[in-house]
Write a protein that binds this ligand. Structure first.
Ligand SMILES: Nc1nc2c(ncn2[C@@H]2O[C@H](COP(=O)(O)OP(=O)(O)O)[C@@H](O)[C@H]2O)c(=O)[nH]1
Ligand SMILES: [Mg+2]
Length: 286
């Protein structure tokens, strides 16, 4: 199945984002730590030019710590980029973020010249949660809307930093189907765009290959099922997803498996590692 997802308002948002970038000093791009490449937006990269950028690897509480470390190293080779793993709900991690903002804009942060920052990211990565945590109260609406810069309010974070209360909504690059399936697995793309059964099979295949021990532990398997379909069936049996007569309901089983995976019930997992894209690229024509 091909996953397609492109809300109509996204094109207009691009212009607004370019406009927003001109008015700020530091870009905060929120990524999902479990899939930092697939949850990023390549156009932001082009639009940012030389503007300093902090890549937040959010939902780090759900991601594989060793893989997150590799991503931080990978991002910090880019000029003007710093990477910071965090869980947006944790107030304790915010201080470090503020320090980085000051560090990346050394010419600002004094009276009359605040460091102007804005949060960007695709839906569901935790932009509103981060803004709320930074602001210290419930300012940003949880939900998605494009950046409407004219309506944006500035929140004074003190420390010489001001933050736009409206996040810049970006869109994921869905032309890469593996990225689309990873996004669907993580829950980042809307329910209407996905078919639980095929996303569940994708996730099952990935987990069998990458985290077999976590599967064994969670579902008390003595032996691992030998295919993605067999895994979904075994999980369906384990979680009681049955149609009458003891037949497994594959759709419900896939949905239940994805729900568990997204909630971190199997443990901390990362869906991609740096450098994988290179391995996937086609050989250039001679
Ligand atoms: N586990 C976990 N969940 C998070 C974290 N940050 C945000 N979330 C959850 O992710 C979902 C989307 O968050 P939201 O802030 O609305 O994302 P936005 O669409 O980017 O504004 C919500 O259910 C949040 O509670 C985090 O660091 N860890
Ligand atoms: Mg939001």
């Amino acid at each position: 199945m091909t996953i397609r997802w492109y809300p109509g308002h996204m094109g207009k948002a691009q212009e607004q984002i370019a406009e927003s970038i001109r008015k700020i000093d530091v870009i905060i791009e929120v990524l999902d730590a479990r899939l930092p490449a697939s949850s990023s937006n390549h156009q932001l990269e082009e639009m940012r030019r030389n503007k300093p950028c902090i890549k937040i690897l959010n939902k780090n509480d759900l991601a594989d710590p060793a893989v997150t470390k590799a991503w931080v190293r990978n991002f910090e080779t880019e000029s003007g980029v710093r990477a910071l793993p965090m869980s947006a709900k944790q107030h304790s991690e915010v201080k470090q973020l503020l320090k980085l903002c000051q560090l990346l804009a050394p010419n600002r942060g004094r009276p009359g010249f605040p460091v102007r920052v804005m949060v960007f990211g695709i839906p569901n990565v935790g932009k509103s949660t981060l803004i709320n945590t930074l602001a210290g109260k419930h300012m940003a609406k949880v939900g998605d809307k494009p950046a409407i810069t004219t309506c944006a309010q500035q929140i004074d974070l003190r420390n010489g930093i001001i933050l736009s209360d409206t996040p810049g909504l970006l869109w994921p690059d869905m032309s890469d189907q593996i990225a689309a399936y990873r996004l669907a697995t993580s829950g980042a793309i809307g329910a209407s765009a996905l078919d639980y059964t095929s996303v569940g099979l994708f996730a099952a295949e990935f987990m069998l290959h990458r985290y077999p021990e976590l599967l064994k532990f969670r579902y008390k398997f003595t032996e691992l099922p030998d295919s993605a379909t067999a895994l979904i069936e075994a999980i369906g049996r384990c979680l009681g997803c049955l149609i009458s007569g003891g037949v497994i309901d594959h759709h419900r089983a896939a949905e239940a498996f994805l729900r568990e995976l997204r909630a971190g019930k199997l443990g901390r997992i990362s869906l991609e590692e740096p450098g994988e894209d290179l391995a996937r690229q086609e050989t250039p024509p001679l």
